[in-house]
Write a protein that binds this ligand. Structure first.
Ligand code: ZN
Ligand code: ZN
Length: 418
């Protein structure tokens, strides 16, 4: 290193990495003095995990517990494990996570795995392992989707991920490019990232306030390969940006986040829709999705790539064939304008309108934080062991808001707010 260079972690700017860790603790989680933190990350993200731990303890954290995953260990299973073992999952671990959340432990997920890790593995084994894991994860997932505690997801510029995005660059150049993209999208490249997030949250709030004022009965999406009417749940509420958790702490669950989102009615989705970006799901790529809904349920599903994995996903449980989220993101969002395809839902979902199969967010109801699961279901909220977002927006999508009396209001035209 010469005196003129800024310190680096491999090809990654160390100061920006530290600011991302600080942002996750102060804005993403808004971690409170005395609060414990449970953190999951790929082992490659250790430099970021260490910085998060330092900022968490400086903020007064009780105990920081990191859990690491490793791609080689994951692949070893597919290469060598007995066939019957693919229906197993670490239920004991997820039960423990549930207990930790009941004791007010905050949750941070750092993502950055190889989106194609399992692309060449047996789709039957991948599907069974995913299903077993989704079902076993229920005690943790429910407490997260119900916002029992403050939680946050950030990302690490993983080597395999970076090389998938930038195949023409060397590994170091690709990681540096992805790191810059993550820092820009997360606003840690700005002079005061905390203030930038305060401004950004206020803008997202304006959008969701407008939609809540309209109280549409349905949204009607039209575009190439898409003619979809998404009925909205009774008493649905639009959310975006900062979120009040049931433990009273305001967190920013996703960094980055450009979406406003709400709960569709699980029984009132009609028509057909095509995906506009590939979906990376637990190491498998699913592309060219086309599905038909009748009475809220997917009755026909195709994909040009990964169709077998998609079918397995839809067979997870009854709710896996119904929608749990609809989200609006303008085509002009900064992540979309970067022109990059991230193969990572945390980014791609913030570059396009999307829908999610599976579990809904009970927060996306008026007084949702006081509603029991039966009340959520009675108002049209879906439940499932999965929640998988996939992208249906582009610069060719129009969206109308439809009122109960049939009156239509333009919401999006050619991918932008009307
Ligand atoms: Zn979303
Ligand atoms: Zn989602």
């Amino acid at each position: 290193m010469t005196r003129h260079e800024t310190p680096k972690v491999g090809p990654i700017d160390a100061a920006s990495l530290d600011r991302l860790a600080e942002l996750a603790v102060k804005v993403g989680l808004n971690l409170q003095p005395g609060q414990d933190l449970l953190l999951t990350a790929p082992i490659e993200a250790l430099p970021l995990v260490r910085r998060v731990a330092a900022h968490a303890y400086k903020a007064g954290a009780g105990l920081v517990t990191p859990l690491f995953s490793d791609p080689e260990v994951a692949l070893a299973r597919y290469r060598h494990a007995a066939d019957h073992s693919f229906d197993k999952a670490a239920g004991w671990l997820y039960d423990g996570m549930g207990q930790a959340f009941d004791a007010n432990t905050a949750r941070l997920a750092i993502v950055g795995d190889d989106p194609m890790l399992l692309a060449n593995e047996d789709p039957d084994k991948v599907g069974r392992a995913n299903k077993a894991n989704s079902l076993a994860y229920t005690p943790a997932r429910e407490r997260i989707t119900n916002f029992n505690i403050n939680w946050n997801i950030i990302s690490w510029p993983g080597k395999a991920w970076a090389q998938l995005m930038f195949p023409d660059l060397t590994e170091d150049e690709a990681v540096a490019r992805l790191a810059q993209s993550i820092f820009a999208a997360s606003r840690v490249d700005q002079a005061d990232p905390v203030a930038a997030w305060t401004d950004h949250n206020a803008r997202l709030r304006e959008r969701s306030d407008w939609l809540n004022g309209q109280a549409f009965d349905a949204l009607h999406f039209t575009g190439p390969g898409t003619d979809l009417r998404v009925g909205l749940a009774d008493g649905h509420e639009w959310m975006g940006g900062a979120s009040l958790s049931r433990n009273g702490i305001i967190c920013n669950p996703n960094i980055p986040s450009e979406e406003v989102f709400t709960t569709p009615h699980a029984l009132k989705v009609e028509g057909h829709v095509s995906s506009t970006k590939p979906l990376s799901h637990q190491g498998s790529l699913i592309d060219g999705i086309r599905v038909t809904f009748e009475g809220g349920r997917i009755t026909e599903a195709h994909a040009t790539k990964g169709e077998e994995v998609l079918r397995r996903v839809l067979d997870t449980d009854e709710g896996a064939r119904r929608l749990g989220e609809v989200a609006l993101v303008p085509h002009g969002s900064p992540i979309s304008q970067s022109g990059l395809l991230f193969y990572n839902t945390l980014f791609d979902e913030n570059a396009a309108c999307h829908i999610a199969l599976g579990q809904c967010y009970s927060k996306c109801f008026r007084n949702g934080d006081k509603m029991a699961p039966v009340e959520v279901a009675a108002q049209g909220g879906n439940s499932s062991a999965i929640h998988i977002d996939w992208m249906i927006g582009s610069d060719q999508i129009d969206i109308d808001g439809v009122h109960a009396d049939g009156r239509r209001v333009p919401v999006f035209r050619k991918g932008e707010w009307a």
